[in-house]
Structure formats: C-alpha cells, structure tokens
Design a protein around this ligand. Structure first.
Ligand code: PBG
Ligand code: ZN
Length: 325
C-alpha cells in the first residue's frame, strides 16, 4: 500500500545547509549573561563544590576573572557578592564602599565595554539569609525592604552598573527602584525584573555557592511553582511599574511561562538557567551520561525557542566559545 505524500518535511532536512536555511531559533553570544560570584577577604579562587567548574573569585583579583569572561566572548555579567559583613538588614550592600558597590565599580573599570548588571537583593548580605528586612511578625517586611532596595539600586547605578536586576520578589519593587533612580538622575539605567521568580528547589547549589544560610524558606515572597496565571500577573505588574526586561526563573522547568509571557508582552524576555539546572546537567556530563556541548546547546535553544531573548547561565563562557568555533 502506498500513500500519496504531497508534503514531505524531510526534504528540508537533507543537508546541513538546508537545515541551517530553515532553522527558526539561533543563539548568539550577545544574548548571554554570565553570573559571577565575587568574595571579599579571600586570596585564592574557591571551587564551589555544588557547582562543578564554577568558582568564587576573590574581590582582589576579580579583574582577571572579568577579563577571562570577556575574552571568552561574554559581553554581560551579573554579579553576586559573597559577604563577610552580614547583619540583620544587609547594611553592607547599602554603603557606597560596601562589597556590592565595590565589585560593580571594579568590574566596570576593568571592562568598560561590558554590560555590568547588579543582582539587587539582600539575602547575600543578611545574617538570616532572607531577601529583606524581617518585620515584627517574623515575615520579610515588604515596604521597609522596598526603601532599602531602592537605595541599593541607586548605590549600584552610582557605582557604574549598566543595569540593575532586583530579585527580592517584593511587591512594588520595580516602581520603587524606578522612582529612586529617576530622582537621582539615573533615568537611563534599565531594570531587568526578576518578574516571575518561583520558590524553587533548584536554587539549592546557589545558596551554598553564595554562602546564604537561609533559616526557613521563601514561600511568602517567591512564587508557587504551580501558578502560571499568577506569573502573568507578576509580569504585567512589573511592566506597568516600568521594567525594561522581564525575567523568568528558573528556566527549563518553566518554559510554558516563557511562552505565555512571549504572547503577553513586547518587552525583551530573559530566562535564568539556575544553579540546580547547571548542576544536574554537569553531574550527568561528569558521568559521561550526557554529551556536554550537545545538551547545553539544546538547552540554550529550548530557552530561546520558548521566548527568551536573553539567557542567564553559568555555561555562558563555554557556550560563547562553542559559538566561535
Ligand atoms: C537572590 C538570588 C538567588 C538566585 C539568584 N538571586 C537565590 C534565591 O532566591 O534563593 C538563584 C540563582 C541560582 O540558583 O542560580 N535572591
Ligand atoms: Zn534574595
């Protein structure tokens, strides 16, 4: 029995050139953001045991790490501080000479052409590990934290940040930061909103990496992984408050959220392939179970295909190198 096939999709898969001609999704180094951990008070780079191949770099010699990333073809960095000066409010991150401001300035001075992005939150700087100030009821106090976030973002802009990325998941954080930046003359500094950041188990390796020993959990401020419509609400709020880029985090378990937001907004979208995603894949590569280059590139393509314009990933230098080959 023979069927008369009129359309045969395999016709356009016959040669590499044909496949490239009809490829719908491309990945470019300019779309990558590399998250980096900078620690004060150490002199040697420290391997992060939960994230094979990732290091905490000493503040003193961070220039070298920044240049290495640039030489790999990375044009954008997201900086995380590993603080030795933690307190109840995370006050070190509010000082013009605190670790956060210092590392932003240092990165910018080292690589003026790169886009230096500050992660704006408090969990790396608070003794309790929560993303803001604790109120009398024991929960993170939204509006006190807003004031601090606005100040912290201003301090980062002043230190030279090309973009600020608030990740605390406080209600109104985009508006609070936008108003403060504008009032201080930083009308040109864009905000990348961690718009739908889910309370995910996939942040585990990061907390070990950044040295945030959280007592408790973040369920009262980060999103329930079960909620897609609410993610759309969060994104709509951040857009209305003046966000320039909307992020979905984590990435690979949340491709449906990316696809929904791609339909909802015309703003650029970012996806954060988080530490747990990095580690899951890395251990499989170490065991020889999965092919590193092939699987990482497939994950990049998947995030792009789902709607991400920008990808934040610990694989960024490797991806940039592979794209140059
Ligand atoms: C801080 C922050 C976290 C991550 C990015 N910014 C940790 C958290 O919310 O617990 C996670 C990044 C990763 O897992 O790679 N708010
Ligand atoms: Zn936080």
């Amino acid at each position: 029995m023979s069927v008369d096939l009129l359309y045969r999709p395999r016709r356009l898969r016959l040669t590499p050139a044909l496949r490239a001609m009809v490829r719908e999704t491309l990945v470019q180094p300019s779309q990558l953001v590399y998250p980096m951990f900078i620690e004060e008070g150490i002199s040697e780079q420290q391997p992060i045991s939960s994230m094979p191949g990732i290091f905490r770099y000493p503040e003193k010699s961070m220039d070298k790490a920044v240049k290495e990333a640039r030489d790999a073809g990375i044009s954008s960095l997201l900086l995380f501080g590993v603080s030795h000066h933690k307190d109840e409010t995370g006050s070190d991150s509010l000082k013009p000479d605190g670790l956060l401001a210092r590392m932003v300035k240092r990165a910018k001075d080292t690589a003026p052409d790169m886009t230096i992005i500050s992660d704006n939150c408090f969990c790396e700087y608070t003794s309790h590990g929560h993303c803001g100030v604790i109120g009398t009821d024991g929960h993170v106090h939204n509006d006190h934290t807003l004031e601090n976030l606005a100040l912290q973002a201003y301090i980062c802009a002043q230190a030279g940040a090309d973009m600020v990325a608030p990740s605390a998941m406080m209600d109104g954080q985009i508006a609070a930061i936008r108003q403060r930046l504008d009032a201080e003359g930083y009308t040109h500094t864009p905000i990348m909103a961690y718009a739908s950041k889910f309370a995910s188990g996939l942040y585990g390796p990061f907390r070990a990496a950044a040295g945030c020993d959280l007592k408790g959990d973040r369920f009262t401020y980060q999103m329930d992984p079960a909620n897609a419509r609410e993610a759309q609400t969060e994104a709509a709020l951040d857009e209305a408050e003046g966000a320039d880029i909307l992020m979905v985090k984590p990435g690979m378990f949340y491709l449906d959220i990316l696809a929904r937001l791609r339909e909802q907004t015309n703003l650029p979208l970012a996806a954060y392939q988080v530490s747990g995603e990095y580690s899951m894949m890395s251990y499989a590569f170490q065991k020889g179970v999965l092919d590193e280059k092939r699987v990482v590139m497939e994950s990049m393509t998947a995030l792009r295909r789902a709607g991400a314009d920008i990808i934040l990933t610990y694989f960024a230098p490797r991806v940039a190198r592979w794209l140059k080959e």
